[in-house]
Design a protein around this ligand. Structure first.
Ligand SMILES: C[S@@+](CC[C@H](N)C(=O)[O-])C[C@H]1O[C@@H](n2cnc3c(N)ncnc32)[C@H](O)[C@@H]1O
Length: 357
């Protein structure tokens, strides 16, 4: 009887026990393979192709897919660790199938990173990354990188306010901007943790996808660099930022700086790693628009305030760009959101013009 499934992802072919080849979150078995994280891994490969770290660590191996792809597709030195002996066997088998010479360690994340050997540490456990972030930030080499996949979205987006306060010492309104607010809260948390260790964390790429957030940070030594990063953490108030229809409510503290390092993303796109799905590269490229503004103009909110229906999103963007001479673009945080460096009134004018005709 067949008990395992072969899966191809990028250039890697891996074998996972049938019961572990699950789609989506919710299983905690060893060797767990999450097909919904292909975009996460593709973007990691693309970013690594630009950063070219000397030593990559996947601290929570599962099937070993990340380290195998990093070695096979990019030729980088890759290590994978997992606490679970069943996972260790699955990873060893997968490394053999792919003929990849990766370092496989059965141990806890904390003991593996304590050797200070790595300049890219991937933190992709189940749920919150909070128990592991300090160790990753403390141990990574100067000018190295820490990547985190956080799945505690209900906490980060404020839907369980008491937990948001306890875990992140912040308030998030769980409103139409919650997905961007939640990502900005995650970034602020990493920046604060790094600052406490006299290190600066600078977001290289960060995004929301389905049930998780993903963010990669460059970590640099230096108290003054850390102080500079802390200056970009603050409260956001949608009434003051946009329009008086919103409640007068401070949310945060969250990260108010750039979510992406455009030079790295551009280099990753130019390198165009061969085995990364083109739709995932298009997603990566679209993230460059996220820094056109802090938060986005939510057109469903505007339609509600004006008591009007919503004109086609692309025509609002074209109208806005033509009238203002500034770039405007869709956001991945909302199907009806627009990133734009101008004011609410400018967007409302374009909106009204289109609904009049
Ligand atoms: C979500 S899976 C990892 C998925 C993998 N990173 C990927 O992209 O497919 C989590 C894995 O972390 C392992 N794990 C849990 N706690 C750990 C710890 N403290 N140290 C090392 N591994 C741990 C589990 O055994 C499990 O295999």
């Amino acid at each position: 009887m067949k008990t395992s499934t072969r899966i191809t992802e990028g250039l890697a072919e891996i074998e996972v026990p049938d019961s572990y080849a699950k789609k989506g979150p919710g299983t905690r078995s060893a060797g767990f393979y999450n097909a919904e994280q292909v975009l996460n891994r593709d973007i990691t490969i693309a970013i690594l192709s630009a950063l070219k770290p000397k030593r990559y660590l996947d601290g929570f191996g599962g099937t070993g897919i990340r380290a195998i792809r990093v070695k096979k597709e990019l030729g980088l030195d890759a290590t994978v660790c997992d606490i679970n002996p069943v996972s260790e066997n699955i990873i060893r088998n997968n490394a053999r199938i792919n003929g990849t010479d990766i370092c496989i360690i059965r141990d806890t994340f904390h003991s593996v990173v304590s050797g200070n050997l790595f300049d890219f540490i991937d933190v992709d456990p189940y749920g919150s990354t909070v128990p592991y972030l300090d160790a990753a930030i403390f141990s990574v080499k100067n000018r190295g990188y820490v990547a985190t996949t956080a799945t505690d979205l209900s906490v980060l987006t404020g839907s369980v306010g008491v937990k948001t306060r306890r875990r992140y010492n912040a308030f998030i309104g769980n409103n139409s901007h919650r997905h961007e607010m939640g990502l900005r809260l995650l970034v602020a948390d990493v920046v604060k943790r790094a600052a406490a260790l006299d290190r600066a964390a600078i977001p290289v790429v960060s995004f929301w996808h389905g049930h998780y957030y993903r963010a990669v940070f460059r970590i640099e030594n230096g108290g003054s660099r850390a102080d500079k990063a802390l200056h970009s953490i603050g409260l956001l108030n949608r009434r003051r930022m946009f329009v008086s229809h919103y409640d007068d409510m401070d949310e945060g503290p969250v990260w108010t700086g750039k979510l992406q390092t455009s030079s790295v993303i551009r280099e990753a796109i130019n390198n165009r790693p061969a085995y990364v799905l083109s739709r995932n590269m298009a997603f990566l490229s679209s993230l460059l628009n996220e820094d056109l503004s802090i938060l986005f103009f939510e057109i469903t909110d505007m339609a509600r305030f004006l008591g009007s229906s919503i004109p086609p999103m692309d025509s609002i963007i074209t109208e806005l760009e033509n009238r203002s001479g500034q770039k405007a673009a869709r956001t991945h945080f909302s199907n009806t959101g627009i990133k734009f460096g101008g004011t609410w009134d400018m967007v409302e004018e374009a909106f009204r013009l289109l609904t009049r005709s």
